[in-house]
Ligand binder design. Sequence first.
Ligand SMILES: C[S@@+](CC[C@H](N)C(=O)[O-])C[C@H]1O[C@@H](n2cnc3c(N)ncnc32)[C@H](O)[C@@H]1O
Length: 296
Amino acid sequence: MGQPSESYSAVQLADGSYSVRSEVHQETFHPVVGSKVEARCVYFDPMRLEQRWGSRCNELCVWDVGLGSAGNALHLMRAHEKTPRKLRLHSFDKTLGGLRFALDHAEKFPYLHGFERPLETLMQESEVHFQWQHLEVHWKLHLGDLSQKGFMAPAHASARPDAILYDPYSPAKNPEMWSLGMFQSLATCLPTSATLATYSRSTSVRVTLLLAGFVVGKGGQVGEKEETTVAATTATLISPLLGAEWLRRASRSTNAEPIRTLPHQRSSMTHTTWQALLEHPQFQDISLDPRLLRPS
Ligand SMILES: C[S@@+](CC[C@H](N)C(=O)[O-])C[C@H]1O[C@@H](n2cnc3c(N)ncnc32)[C@H](O)[C@@H]1O
């Protein structure tokens, strides 16, 4: 189950490090700055994981959506190895091909070193418990297509996530993972205080997260990307939140409608979506004249 039906290669990045690339999807897992910097800038820092972990009795539950070559998962452990803490990690993927490829070419992926045995156990038994430096790790693997209805239920029943590393390729390559229905399902799994970070900063993805009930903010800068996206169940967990300037730009964007059905055609915002955004709690305190901005 979950063996590669796709082919992968190792791509060298400008800083000399390597990234796995899926030839089928034509997607490089960590395209610009490498997995370590990307993990910190896109996921850990915008979601304030260090600070939140410390304030939660040192136990954090993280959902790793798109295990891939385990870059985000292992950098999370390495970045938090110095303090005695517990990590409950749930990784999701529909294939272990990316991870198998990276392990078979481990000389190019130094972040894997030291984790070979737990990774093999995870792949064989879908679960592993181990100690990494001061960090106690309980790691579960959920293998299958996340866009299938109900797939998240087992993970949901065992642990609600404090934070989600959302990294399943891109809206252009697999729109089913970026649809309004997908984020609405995800939102039903969340406790009152949870965050989600993702590489995409597209207007359509941000509108989708807002309509699914998240508050949405600017995520970290990485490589040539000036900002990414971070979302949360509660406004106090993230900053800065998207405000009037973003709304103004969104009202003029040609890619502002959520993906509702497939195939999806990019389009500017409908009046219904615009009204829903104006009613979102995130935008209640900002001053703007909706008549000036309303999409035609
Ligand atoms: C960019 S890679 C993830 C890289 C990974 N986070 C890392 O740090 O190495 C995207 C991953 O998402 C997975 N994926 C894409 N669509 C999926 C789906 N519908 N269900 C489950 N996994 C999916 C792919 O198989 C791929 O391994």
